[in-house]
Write a protein that binds this ligand. Sequence first.
Ligand code: SF4
Length: 388
Amino acid sequence: MPFSGLSVITYNIPMAEFLYIHIPYCIKKCIYCDFLSLPFDEQSAKGYVDSLCRELEIRRAAAGTLKTIFIGGGTPTVLPDDCFRQLFHCLRENFELSPEIEISVEANPGTLSAAKIENLLTLGVNRMSIGIQSFHDGELKTLGRIHTSEEALVSVRLLLTAGLTNISVDLMYGIPGQTIGTWEETLEKAAGLSPRHMSSYELTPEKGTPLSRLINKTVLTMPEEGLILDMYALAIDFLQDRGYEHYEISNFALPGFRCRHNLNYWERGEYIGAGLGAHSFLQGVRSSNTSDINTYIERLADDIIPGAEAIEISPEEAVKEFIFLGLRKTEGISLREAKTMRPDFLDACTELIDSGNLVITNNHLRLTRKGLPLSNMVIVRLFESLGL
Ligand code: SF4
């Protein structure tokens, strides 16, 4: 259902302990990107942060004590220091922050300086997620990234020198031209920096992106499916051998360093999303903000949440979400909870367990090593068995 205006969002019990903030600016669009990102210009970014702070003031009514804040993008680190100061001032004025709060900021190599890092750490940022993608310059060029592998190394060293060790590194496999050898080199170089957390995402050509057009015109060729599967398997073995726990399909962490903010998504926890196009999940309703920057700014100038849509999640949708989000975690989903939602749950899993794609351990249903790369197919089959 479409909605607009603050009147629609009424909260009986302030609950959400997880806050996402979207900063929709990037220096240059990567060829595979289908995220909401706009070309950075300082003047508009400053105006945007004013509106964002207004939205946060309104949304504080839905918040409990915050356990995590995740500032994502786009490239949040393109923002000038005074924008971050303004944002954190607003956060501290309007929200109660847990003493153990995890505050993550996404960063791109090439947008970090020692001064910028110092400002972020002074403001309370205690986790940085840095989008490196590859340590191979040719692959970075193919992807249209703004940085070289050397700049990525320098950015991580700057963070370490500033005393921040809770660093997450994003890597990408399945890049046109990538080989198992260059992927292993990327993993080696990343592991050499000892980040506490690593994400390893498969590059997928999304419709409408320059990448998908270049593939259609055969200018670029995606690696063979078998090679992509080998790259995924290599990432799992390589990172597990170095002490990283494979805790989610694409995510790995040293003990104690799982991303608490993202775990909340996979556990269907409530959260508030603020910023252009940001999504929220509160009291069984998933809602999103407008993706139009002018509408976003205009509505907030009138103190109206710039909502685009809000959907009340039906019990059936809730079961689907529980399955497809929960199975992303390698520990899987609680059988007790699943059976409460659907008494026939276990019967519906029999075929997928027999075929070796799912397994039950510790009263949890989880994907096997065979099922992990086939997760989409496994989930669709499970929905079919449950008549969803
Ligand atoms: S840095 Fe991230 S958000 Fe920005 S264009 Fe590249 S992929 Fe998209």
